[in-house]
Design a protein around this ligand. Sequence first.
Ligand code: MN
Length: 303
Amino acid sequence: MQKVIQVNNQKLKQMAHYYSQFSSKKVPTGALFSISSGSATVTGYYSGKVMFQGKTASAEAAKWQSNSIHSLDTPKKMSTTLPADFANWSVLGSDEVGAGAYFGPLTTAAVYVSQENLEWVRALGIADSKTLTDDRMKKIAPQIIAKLPHHVVNLMPEKYNQLQPLHNVNQMKAISHNFALGKVLDKIFPITPQAILIDQFAQQSTYFNYLKNAKQQRIIHENVYFTTKGEQYHLSVAAASILARVVELDAMSKLIVEAGIKLPIGAGREVDTVAAELLRRGIDLKHYAKLHFANTKKAERLL
Ligand code: MN
């Protein structure tokens, strides 16, 4: 008997953790784990496909199809895929902003927060970084810059538009994260962080495929963890998100001065109107905006 289910990255890791108590089998190519529980063989692939074989295949698969995973007799209860006490580790975190905005750059930052600096960062009051105002972030960012090892990749629209036909947005994000992380690792060498935490925007396997396909010479993969809402799991991601945001805001201010017109954030109707106005003035949008967004066509139509 055979049964195949599809799970997300987080569930896959949860499963790997759960099944680590069983005896391991030879792991096939593309698989994260393969185990035998006696009456069933379970193989989990990075693609999210999980194959159950054997007498109890269906029953075993059913455990994971329902949302009742918490009732499972797991060796350790896991709310996330991160190790316990992760928040107190020395972590290099990264996050990006601007991917959903028509005007302005795609900005990615990586920040290293060692255990010794955790208290200092906590005192900045950035744990809830998503709720901070722009003004507050502008006050905090210089402190982060002065104290913590960091690197920012600021992909301005012109460069972005050059890369975009060849690389999709998530691939550009992956390249930016990988580059920023590598720069900070160089800065703190010979110290190595206990972990790297990337605010997740793609499945782990997809992220690394992007880097492979982009033929990145140096791929940072050791001790790399992914989670959405990363800023809630380590202050390094909160710090990175603030830094990225402030660099983005700064770049936007400069673009606004150059354009001589307020450039709205986001990708809504107001954005179309301003883009159309820039076109009317004979201004080339490629310097200001991510051209592949539907806003470009809408602006041309408005004109
Ligand atoms: Mn993010």
